[in-house]
Design a protein around this ligand. Structure first.
Ligand SMILES: [Zn+2]
Length: 259
């Protein structure tokens, strides 16, 4: 049996309503024409509440003062060193806005930093503490040929999607992703046998970097493969070639990214 409870006004606990509908209810009533209300709702969606404050933070062993741009009360925080010459905050925010929901939901703190030797990283311990934070060093990204800092952000979001708070790399260690990887690999290596294309084992990975990390991290051999896959799938310049080289893996990624 399915009941519909009719409320005549917010807080209504009359004959046709149920007390459970009004406990902690935050509803209000607004009067206006259809057009007036729609216009008002649209405006409210566009206006974002941003708060900016300063915070001292240690990144890669260096304590520095950061501006924290807090969008919509913690939906997304972007950290940037207060001495940054050209602010990347707006660009990073619009990159974030362009991402599919499932990627957005996997991150709520992006730390733009000058520290460290990497293009970007995540801290497994922070993830285990319930944080959804990634670090990106745009200056290091500039030195990496063919890789933008947006690519790096997407790569790191891949890691955030992959690692669950119980400490396992759920997606990349799971059979769904591995099966896709192995199917593509077998096709490519089969081609090599037939002499169509000289595929080497390393060519069956999303990138040379993913291949080099494959044997380096025995507890998460495919984690870089997954993150590089997310990156290549999301970049419009590499998307098509990635999908045609790795059709099974791409299908798996599509299902995960657009969950
Ligand atoms: Zn990585």
């Amino acid at each position: 049996m399915h009941y519909i409870d009719y409320l005549d006004f917010p807080g209504d606990i009359g004959n046709y309503s149920n007390i459970g509908n009004v406990i902690n209810c935050q509803c209000g009533v607004e009067y206006g024409t259809q057009e007036e209300l729609e216009e008002k709702n649209n405006k409210e969606e566009i206006i974002e509440k941003t708060e900016v404050y300063q915070e001292n933070m240690e990144v890669d062993g260096q304590t520095e003062e950061y501006n924290v741009h807090d969008f919509n009360e913690g939906e997304l925080k972007i950290y940037e060193p207060i001495n940054a010459n050209d602010s990347l905050v707006d660009e990073v925010k619009s990159h974030y806005d362009s991402l599919p929901e499932n990627m957005k939901n996997s991150v709520n703190e992006i730390v733009i930093t000058n520290q460290g030797n990497s293009l970007g990283w995540v801290d497994p311990q922070e993830i285990d503490n319930g944080m959804k934070r990634l670090y990106v060093n745009p200056n290091n990204c500039l030195l990496a040929p063919g890789k933008t800092y947006q690519d790096t952000i997407n790569h790191e979001i891949g890691h955030l999607m992959d690692r669950d708070s119980s400490g396992s790399w759920t997606i990349s260690n799971g059979s769904y992703f591995k099966d896709g990887f192995v199917k593509d690999q077998q096709i490519m290596l089969g081609k090599e046998l037939r002499g169509v294309e000289p595929y080497l084992e390393k060519n069956t990975f999303a990138s040379g970097y993913a291949y080099s990390r494959y044997s380096m991290f025995p507890d998460r051999p495919y984690s870089e493969e997954f993150a590089e896959g997310v990156m290549k799938y999301m970049n419009k310049d590499t998307h098509d070639i990635f999908v045609s080289n790795f059709p099974h893996k791409a299908e798996v990624l599509r299902n995960i990214i657009y969950l």
